[in-house]
Design a binder for this molecule. Structure first.
Ligand code: ADP
Ligand code: MG
Length: 450
């Protein structure tokens, strides 16, 4: 048996005893160079791989080799840079500076505005998004017929853009002739402004009222923009009456959108509403595997689990951390151990932030687009009541303040009012998933570290 077929035999045995990811990353590209006086010389692709194999697979390799050639005494590993490195493909030194750069190339279609990187195939489905995915898939079957509009909402970095673009891409694949337009509500707003400025509202209207599928991302940004809302309302009605599909994403439920006309909200509520919540542990693991597959690099499972444990509420951050670890390990030439990964993560995950009352007041005000002074004031306007109660509730839950302290800080109110508010919100959260999600989002803004 020559060296090469001998090594293939060893590899096929190792393949059975290691995870697929580990095998691909560390072992597949190794090579048996020679056997000299009982010493097997094995070439590996990098220092990185050498350390890893020596630490983790040495015994296993030795055993397999000895099964075939009993007089092997030991193994020496050498580095052969000519061996291809299957991991960290096409990465340059500069990627370190910007982790986002390690995304596969951005491919945006000029006509539709869709990025082909967002597909159903690479969108991991779990309990946190399955309703939204099912509704989106139904829309791709028969656009404009069943769920119109489709309104997808959820917190930052949870996959809204990915999902609505995947829906657009799937429709494009299925119905070649359908005209699809994807854009953010900010872009829509800018175009309304331009159209008015250049007195060209006619061509603006034609542009959007002639499509078969209109996808608007982050609709919350039209809050407070009356002219844009009016234009959108007319576009919406026109498309809707022609059975054209409308897909909208938002960071919150329609009813919770501040400063958006009632008539628009009730349009949004007229179709299918589905939310995306934070992914569970298993889904986070599955997403990490999906991202590693796309980038063709694999980290040991213990690091994958570490990431999924540490970063729970934002998939964009989870992805960012994955890229950071891979790049840092590679360029600092560290073996991929849990310890090293922890060291790298420390830099981006500070301990839970310390928050105070002012932070709660400002975060809640900002979330509901209100002036903090108004919230503290005695004004009894309806739109102020809920945010005020949420502030009381969070001050109790997150800061452990006494009712009287909260009452005093919130414009010298009666402490029984605070007591009532805290109880009311606690109860309401149990029954009302929209409120629960709003409060979760406020909390994640309060504690945002990444
Ligand atoms: P949002 O629009 O809700 O802020 P994005 O759609 O931009 O979030 O998602 C952030 C990142 O997380 C994207 O790179 C996206 O591909 C990824 N992502 C989110 N959810 C999933 C999922 N279920 N499966 C795979 N990738 C996901
Ligand atoms: Mg988005």
């Amino acid at each position: 048996m020559n060296l090469s077929s001998l090594w293939q035999k060893v590899l096929s045995e190792l393949e059975l005893q290691t995870s697929k990811a580990n095998f691909q990353t560390w072992l597949k590209n190794s090579n048996l160079k020679k056997i000299n006086e009982g010493i097997a010389i094995i070439a590996v692709s990098s220092n990185f791989a050498k350390e890893w194999i020596e630490n983790k697979y040495h015994k296993l390799i030795l055993k397999s080799l000895r099964n075939l050639i009993p007089n092997i005494k030991t193994i020496e590993y050498i580095i052969d840079t000519n061996l291809t490195q299957p991991t960290f493909k096409n990465k340059k030194e500069t990627d370190l500076k910007d982790f986002q750069l390690s995304f596969p190339e951005v491919k945006i279609d000029f006509e539709t505005g869709l990025n082909s990187r967002y597909q159903f195939e690479n969108f991991v489905v779990g309990p946190s998004n399955e309703l939204a995915v099912a509704a989106s898939l139904a829309v791709t079957e028969s656009p404009g017929v069943k769920y119109n509009p489709l309104f997808i909402y959820g917190g930052v970095g949870l996959g809204k853009t990915h999902l609505i673009q995947a829906t657009g891409n799937a429709i494009k694949n299925k119905f070649e002739n359908k005209k699809i337009k994807y854009l953010s509500s900010e872009k829509f707003t800018n175009e309304v402004i331009e159209a008015i400025r250049f007195k060209d509202t006619k061509s603006f209207r034609e542009k959007y009222r002639n499509v078969d599928v209109l996808i608007i991302d982050d609709i919350q940004f039209i809050s407070g923009k009356e002219t844009t809302q009016m234009e959108f309302f007319h576009t919406f009605n026109e498309l809707y009456s022609l059975n054209k599909q409308i897909i909208i994403s938002s960071d919150r439920a329609p009813s919770a959108l501040p400063e958006i006309e009632e008539r628009l909200k009730s349009r949004f509520e007229g179709g299918m509403i589905a939310d995306i919540t934070k992914p569970e542990f298993e889904t986070r693991i599955a997403i990490l595997h999906q991202k590693m597959k796309e980038r063709n690099y694999y980290l040991p499972e213990e690091i994958v689990e570490l990431l999924a444990t540490r970063i729970q509420d934002n998939i964009r951050n989870l992805e960012g951390a994955l890229n950071l670890i891979v790049n840092s390990l590679k360029y600092q030439k560290l073996p991929p151990t849990k310890k090293n990964a922890e060291k790298i993560l420390k830099k981006i995950l500070q301990p839970k932030k310390i928050i105070n009352f002012k932070k709660i007041l400002n975060t809640v005000s900002e979330f509901y687009d209100l002036d903090p002074n108004q919230i503290v004031s005695k004004c009894r306007k309806k739109e102020l009541v809920k945010p005020r109660q949420i502030i009381m509730y969070l001050s109790k839950e997150e800061l452990g303040f006494a009712y009287s302290t909260i009452a005093e800080k919130l414009g010298n109110r009666d402490h029984t009012t605070v007591l009532y508010a805290c109880q009311k919100i606690s109860k309401e959260i149990q029954k009302n998933p929209v409120l629960e999600e709003e409060i979760n989002q406020i909390k994640s803004r309060l504690y945002k570290t990444l």
